[in-house]
Design a protein around this ligand. Structure first.
Ligand code: ZN
Length: 352
């Protein structure tokens, strides 16, 4: 079975043409709310549709939109790279709304749309359950609703939400994830409850996008220092579209100061690097290292592990030249690990 798998793409995006496609999964009250209030779109400013990073130009249709239909995803991802399995991460702005009841019904409708419009139509597709993290009870409810469907292989939320993800309020969500074999998928992006940097709002998109790694640093520190992985020893977190080079340096820094003040967090019973190696994974796009100077093998040396990186195209985001999803110089053995072995070890539901 495993030998037949060619590539598992761990970050593929699909886009909604608008909120109107969710109407079939809303009851009368919410359908009227969407139409009366003219809620036509929940686009996040984390991915402005016209920003070059948001879509490779030749992947856009005549209307300038990308990743809107199955034919495009088949042509530009599944067939293009001989992809055996692709995990859909839909980052429509369910996380943006402040009304927790609206977040709850929009998440259910969005996951229903993903199941019926994508998963039902191509056996190579898998997906993440989009969670309404505005209320942990509703996030748990969403996990329990979809858990029977093994095509959903992880849960999904933006990196920058309302609070650090290690905090106790989220532990019921992590308990449900562990129970059902669902890694926590944390994708670049923000609910915009806070500025994307710790020094305030930025002027430019390039600042915002570059600062995503700062959010991931804080989430990594929160998950480790709050003891999430001691409490849920089978849990894994996948940092998606975070870039990869920030993590070794941040873990070196975290480990340095953990040694000095670890009496503050005695439940962190081993160096943060060891915990991350066991529980944290990263998708390999964008690969934010200078090409030809620092190869992926070298990055793995920094991690002290070749099991942490997962192959991903990040379609339709424009993160690499031509079709070079993996940077040059990746050894064949590591290539196979990134594209097949590591994803299978990360997502237990792919084995079914
Ligand atoms: Zn992505």
């Amino acid at each position: 079975m495993t030998s037949k798998i060619n590539a598992i793409d761990c970050d593929v995006h699909v886009n909604l043409p608008g909120t109107h496609v969710l109407l079939p999964w809303l009851d009368d009250y919410w359908r009227n709310t969407v139409t009366d209030r003219e809620i036509s779109s929940l686009e996040s400013i984390s991915y402005p549709p016209n920003a070059p990073l948001s879509a490779r130009p030749d992947w856009k249709n005549a209307q300038g939109q990308a990743a809107m239909d199955l034919a495009s995803v088949r042509r530009d991802v599944l067939d293009r790279w001989n992809t055996s399995i692709a995990i859909i991460n839909c980052i429509y702005g369910v996380h943006l709304v402040f009304n927790i009841d609206m977040a709850r019904v929009f998440a259910r409708a969005l996951n229903s749309w993903i199941a019926s419009e994508w998963l039902d139509r191509d056996p190579r597709l898998r997906a993440s359950i989009v969670l309404p993290m505005q209320h942990p009870d509703f996030a748990v409810e969403e996990i329990e609703f979809w858990a029977h469907d093994k095509r959903f292989v992880q849960v999904l939320m933006p990196c920058m939400g309302e609070a650090p993800l290690g905090q106790r309020r989220y532990w019921p969500v992590w308990a449900a994830c562990e129970k059902h074999g669902l890694p926590i998928g944390v994708h670049a992006g923000s609910a915009h409850r806070h500025p994307p940097t710790s020094i305030g709002w930025t002027s430019w998109y390039v600042e915002d996008y570059s600062a995503q790694s700062l959010g991931f640093q804080s989430q990594l520190a929160s998950l480790i220092t709050e003891g999430v992985f001691q409490q849920f020893p089978k849990l894994k977190a996948v940092f998606i579209e975070s870039g990869v080079t920030w993590m070794p340096a941040h873990l070196w820094r975290l480990a340095k100061f953990w040694r000095g003040v670890r009496n503050e967090v005695p439940w962190v019973d081993r160096p943060p690097f060891e915990i991350a190696r066991d529980h944290v994974r990263l998708t390999a796009q964008p690969f934010d290292a200078p090409e030809g100077v620092v190869t992926m093998d070298r990055i793995c040396e920094h991690f002290g592990s070749d099991e942490m990186l997962l192959y991903a195209s990040d379609y339709p985001h424009w993160q690499f030249e031509g079709d070079a999803v993996l940077p040059a110089g990746v050894s064949p053995g590591l290539r196979r690990k990134l594209m097949v072995d590591n994803p299978l070890a990360t997502y237990p539901r792919l084995a079914g």
